[in-house]
Design a protein around this ligand. Structure first.
Ligand code: SF4
Length: 403
């Protein structure tokens, strides 16, 4: 056994290679929004390219059965989280507290933030959205809706996530995400972008030299521009504002770009005027040290915000610990501009207009916030304030240092 734990990381790449080599296993890869923007630098290339098609080509070359897109489930996240927000706003409207004492809701898709809230601010967990992250939503549906739709035995499926950080490995193991009666997590394996580069190297695939190919199947791959925005700070908020504006008679900009939540400032705020709820106030923050004042406002009842997005990493997932770190500061703005460009290039810009997500609700979940949606796509949190260094997370943090 390696005394430093460094070998554990290599084992994750080995595990992926083992799954790819096993003819009994159906491998389903999901690519997080930030990974296609951050992989080029890990491969020694300049930032600014959307590497998505080459990632798909490389994984198919290694024998992946299906390569799909976490952006698809980011759109589902917006439908669930947006519905949750609107329900919360309705309750405040009925109580007459909407404008005077907003019942703030925090986003929930960043496991770095969720771990912090559970360990350091468990008293505000009731303010955290119960909607699972796009990774967790993808995996739950890849083990339920997908096999049902494609006629695959779910027991043969292994979901392998390509993610921007090791915190996603920790998230995959959360007991709250286990489906009833299941011993195996829905997400079987998580590789960071740097591990993906090692997987390509070990498999003898030169991703940069490959012609881009599209994602597999019409299932779980179609995405809106809003879903691409999840890669950067302010992106989950902008995606939510597009859908919430559409559902509440809100005044969205004609180009759907909410400038106040864009850019790399560590704290931003914006307003959205709606017919149904009047003016909604939102905030966006990244970096755990910057969220403290917002937590304090929620605690003492002075928060003016209806919704707050929190991301742990600088700039959001484009600055995740599992991505390239070398020229991080100079390259971060380029990564962010690439994210904005991809959003503008996609034909569908809002999550609720994604036809494949509409089909998911029509054929499987019925409607956002349904009983089935809650069963598969939501979760609870745990007060972990006594748990200073959770064993799993401590191990993962050690890996971050060592890779
Ligand atoms: Fe992971 Fe950082 Fe993104 Fe949070 S912000 S999901 S910790 S990469």
């Amino acid at each position: 056994v390696c005394p430093t734990g460094a070998l554990d990381v290599r084992d994750e790449v080995d595990r992926a290679l083992d799954m790819l080599a096993d003819p009994e296993i159906v491998t389903i890869f999901q690519l997080a929004p930030a990974t296609r923007v951050t992989l080029p630098e890990v491969l020694g290339l300049a930032p600014g390219e959307n590497f998505e098609g080459r990632m798909v080509a490389a994984l198919k070359g290694l024998g992946a059965d299906f390569v799909m897109d976490t952006r698809w489930s980011a759109d589902v996240t917006i439908l669930e989280e947006g519905t949750e927000l609107i329900e919360r706003l309705e309750r405040q409207k009925a109580a007459g507290t909407l404008a005077t004492h907003p019942d703030t809701m925090f986003t929930s898709c960043c496991p770095g933030w969720i771990n912090h809230a559970e360990k350091s601010a468990p008293d505000i967990l009731e303010h955290v959205s119960s909607t699972r992250s796009p990774q967790a939503i993808f995996s739950a549906l890849a083990k339920t809706w997908l096999p049902q739709s494609l006629g695959i035995d779910p027991a043969r499926i292994r979901v392998i996530s390509i993610m921007p950080c090791t915190a996603k490995k920790d998230e995959a193991l959360r007991p709250q995400l286990l489906r009833e009666g299941e011993a195996r997590p829905d997400t079987d394996l998580v590789l960071t972008v740097r591990e993906l580069a090692r997987l390509f190297e070990r498999g003898g695939v030169d991703a940069a030299s490959l012609e881009p190919v599209p994602f597999d199947t019409p299932f779980m791959t179609q995405a809106s521009g809003a879903a691409q925005l999840f890669a950067t700070t302010g992106g989950v908020m902008e995606a939510a504002l597009r859908t919430v504006a559409a559902l509440t008679g809100g005044k969205a900009p004609a180009n759907l770009v909410f400038e106040p939540v864009r850019g790399l400032a560590n704290t931003k705020e914006a307003t959205l005027e709606t017919e149904r709820f009047g003016v909604l106030r939102v905030a966006v923050v990244y970096g755990i040290r910057h969220v403290g004042p917002l937590i304090d406002m929620v605690r003492n009842g002075t928060s003016p915000y209806h919704f707050i997005e929190v991301m742990a990493c600088p700039g959001g997932c484009i600055g995740g610990g599992g991505t390239a770190q070398g020229r991080w500061r100079t390259n971060l703005p380029v990564r962010q501009q690439t994210v904005y460009r991809i959003d503008e290039e996609l034909p569908v810009r809002s999550s609720h207009e994604n036809p494949d997500v509409v089909r998911l609700y029509e054929n499987f979940l019925k409607k956002p916030g349904s009983h089935k949606a809650h069963e598969l796509l939501h979760c609870g949190y745990t007060d972990r304030h006594k748990e200073k260094t959770p064993p799993t997370f401590a191990k993962l943090e050690a890996e971050v240092t060592l890779t």
